[in-house]
Design a protein around this ligand. Structure first.
Ligand code: ATP
Length: 360
């Protein structure tokens, strides 16, 4: 087990900057998720840590050792990829045993360790079968078993669940998290699926265009996004954004847009005056933070044009003068399409239009 420290990691492929001066510390025993859209540099980062790519600049440490010049096999990391890359003609037992045989581990020890790992993963019944006779979930567990049996100091997982169906993914992500806690092994886990990232991580590193946008716990990332990219990327029903500007009305500050006038606390207004003197900023609010009443006389009115029932909650699609908002209704209100609602904006964020950074 070990800490992983990435210092100013930069990787160019020709003119393409895949990773740009990335600094990241993964504490010993933590599960850190690299989260971001396709092409943001997650896999490249992972491959640099694994030793499959050489950084253009920067250093990578595993524990106290600078590993830049070490071969992949000398780094004591285990990789699990999207494709399980199991040997089709080997049994599950032989697939899991493979890294131990490479190391010339004694036969009896192989037998014991493979069976222990298989039991941990609940795949003892598959051990005599080739992968082709196992389900997708079992194949994924066999690939995990092959990684675990090596007892590496770091696990590197690159979208390991993307080939299995949605329902099984929900179970497998919990299983990987449980295993990681049980084994206490440092893990870097790559995904573009923000729900997977949020549910699994001790810390999430959100990346975009090769740069780290924010590192934080899932709740920090969700509740206090550092900028409008993180705010937009995280949240299964995305955050709403209302472009506008801060203005003073009757001695108080409001966020004024073409559609709404929303009061801003004195504290937030003071901060905005410091960092965003022009006042041009976009208000961001999560769908569950917009409250509504069915009062047609109230302030900030808007019409419901679509209902999206999800069982435990309904998403109300609301439109006002060309601006679309999504509002979560968890209280099973009797709202119908075509109704007019009066909205109030509970906990919101302001993002400086010039920089995209959160004002707080
Ligand atoms: P995905 O989720 O689609 O796998 P990612 O976040 O893992 O994306 P990377 O695979 O790290 O992103 O790619 C980052 C950038 O580097 C992309 O622009 C990609 O096209 C480029 N890139 C990656 N590998 C190579 C390569 N071997 N040669 C040239 N460009 C590459």
């Amino acid at each position: 087990m070990a800490e992983v420290r990435i210092e100013a990691l930069t990787k160019y492929y020709g003119d393409t900057c895949a990773v740009n001066s990335l600094n990241l510390v993964v504490n010993d025993g933590d599960l850190v998720v690299l989260l971001g859209p396709s092409g943001c540099g997650k896999t490249t980062t992972m491959r640099c840590v694994a030793g499959l790519e050489r950084p253009t600049y920067g250093d990578i440490y595993i524990g106290e050792t600078r590993v830049n010049d070490l071969e992949p096999r000398e780094r004591d990391v285990a990789l699990v990829f999207q494709s399980y890359a199991l040997y089709p003609h080997f049994t599950a037992f032989d697939n899991i045993a493979y890294p131990l045989r490479l190391r010339k581990t004694p036969k009896q020890e192989i037998e014991r360790r493979v069976r222990d790992v298989a039991e941990l993963l609940g795949i003892t019944h598959t051990l005599e079968r080739p992968p082709g006779l196992c389900s997708g979930g079992e194949q994924q567990r066999i690939a995990l078993g092959r990684a675990i049996v090596r007892e590496p100091v770091v696990f590197l997982m690159d979208e390991p669940l993307s080939n299995i169906d949605a329902l099984l993914r929900v179970y497998m992500r919990a299983e990987i998290k449980r295993l990681q806690h049980e084994l206490g092994t440092t893990m870097i886990y790559v995904t573009h699926d923000q729900v997977e990232g949020m549910t699994m991580a001790d810390q999430i590193a959100v990346m975009n265009q090769g740069t780290l946008q924010q590192l934080g716990t899932p709740s920090e990332i969700y509740d206090l996004p550092a900028n409008n990219f993180v705010a937009r990327f995280v949240g299964s029903t995305p955050m709403n954004f209302i472009p506008g500007a801060l203005q003073t009305e009757n001695g108080s500050t409001v966020h004024k847009s073409d559609q709404f006038v929303i009061p801003v606390s004195a504290e937030m207004a003071d901060r905005a005056a410091e960092v965003c003197p022009g006042g041009q900023c976009t208000l961001g609010i999560r769908p569950e933070e917009i409250r509504f009443t069915m009062d047609e006389e109230g302030a900030n009115q808007a019409g419901v044009f679509l209902l999206e029932p999800l069982g435990s909650e309904t998403i109300l699609d609301i439109e006002k003068e060309g601006l679309l908002l999504k509002v979560k209704d968890v209280a099973a209100s009797q709202v119908r399409e075509g109704d007019t609602l009066s909205l109030s904006f509970n906990r919101f964020h302001l993002f400086d239009d010039a920089t995209g950074q959160a004002i707080r």
